[in-house]
Design a protein around this ligand. Structure first.
Ligand SMILES: C[S@@+](CC[C@H](N)C(=O)[O-])C[C@H]1O[C@@H](n2cnc3c(N)ncnc32)[C@H](O)[C@@H]1O
Length: 281
């Protein structure tokens, strides 16, 4: 079978099973099987697949039909221009989280050698993107899941930032001993009842998404803990869910009456990032 024939057959199978973007997914899995890039793929459409390649490809297609996200099948997801290893122990990074990283980079410019903590690091996408862009920064990356930290560790090595990203297992900021300039967090904020709608495949870790009854459990705890962990003039940056900005703003303003609080919207116009800056003294 040629790669063109395999692609057409897989596209049809995926579409019949209501997999969105069947063409793209079929191509992604085939390129992963053949270990080739897009250019090679399109310049040699009639390349013959070996028996082994055919077998591997249909196994991948079968897994995709059963609902496994292609990022877990291929072990890759791009985030902030970098390639991250992902598996079922860590959430697949979402494009909207890039806004959080952009804001962190902008704020980090205020500090000489920024000390940063990324809470709920998952595969390490936020911490590692920051380390790549901010050579002067020292970053703690915390997660309560040891399995997720193993994924993050692999990515730190892959991107050669293991000397500046220190991985810590712990509940929110409990394992962070020194106050930092910047706390950045994309924590679980989905209402328990809504988790199945977000984790449509059922393959992503529940712990990464479930924010409790109103979605705010984990975020509120972090806001409280940040009291002892932020330097004067320090900054707390959080990713939040749809309709949560007012609740977070009121909660933070009560806890930190003199802080400045602003929101940033994502490409869908949803207030997605909250930024709280403490006064200098
Ligand atoms: C929404 S995922 C974000 C993963 C990654 N930072 C990203 O942006 O794709 C939330 C992460 O927070 C972690 N987490 C959940 N509760 C936590 C807690 N109490 N303390 C530390 N990490 C926690 C989960 O294990 C998960 O890796």
């Amino acid at each position: 079978m040629t790669s063109r024939q395999a692609l057409n057959r897989a596209r049809e199978l995926l579409a019949n099973h209501k997999i969105e973007d069947a063409s793209l997914e079929a191509e992604l899995l085939l390129r992963h099987t053949l270990k080739i890039d897009r250019t090679q793929f399109y310049t040699e459409p009639d390349r013959m697949l070996t028996k082994q390649q055919e077998e591997t490809y249909w196994q991948f297609v079968e897994r995709r039909i059963k609902g496994e996200p292609s990022a877990y099948i291929t072990g890759h997801r791009e985030f902030f221009g970098l390639d991250f290893y992902v598996d079922k122990n860590a959430l697949i990074p979402r494009p909207e989280t890039e806004l959080l990283v952009e804001q962190a980079i902008a704020h980090a410019g205020k500090y000489l050698n920024p000390l940063i903590v990324d809470v709920g690091t998952g595969c390490g996408n936020i911490a590692i993107s920051l380390a790549a862009r901010l050579p002067q920064a020292k970053i703690y990356a915390i997660d309560i899941s040891e399995a997720a930290l193993k994924v993050a560790s692999r990515n730190c090595l892959k991107h050669q930032v293991a000397d500046r990203v220190k991985l810590l297992v712990g509940n929110l900021l409990e394992s962070a001993t020194t106050p930092v300039d910047l706390i950045i967090a994309n924590l679980p904020y989905v209402l328990t009842a809504d988790v199945p709608q977000v984790n449509t495949s059922g393959f992503e870790p529940h712990l990464a998404l479930d924010g409790g009854l109103d979605g705010m459990n984990v975020i509120k705890k972090l806001c409280l803990q940040a009291k002892d962990k932020l330097q004067p003039a320090g900054c707390l940056l959080l990713e939040i869910g749809v309709g949560q900005s007012k609740i977070v703003a009121d909660f933070l303003q009560n806890l930190y009456p003199s802080a400045n609080i602003v929101f940033m919207s994502d490409f869908n116009g949803i207030e997605r990032v909250v930024c709280m800056t403490l006064p200098k003294h």
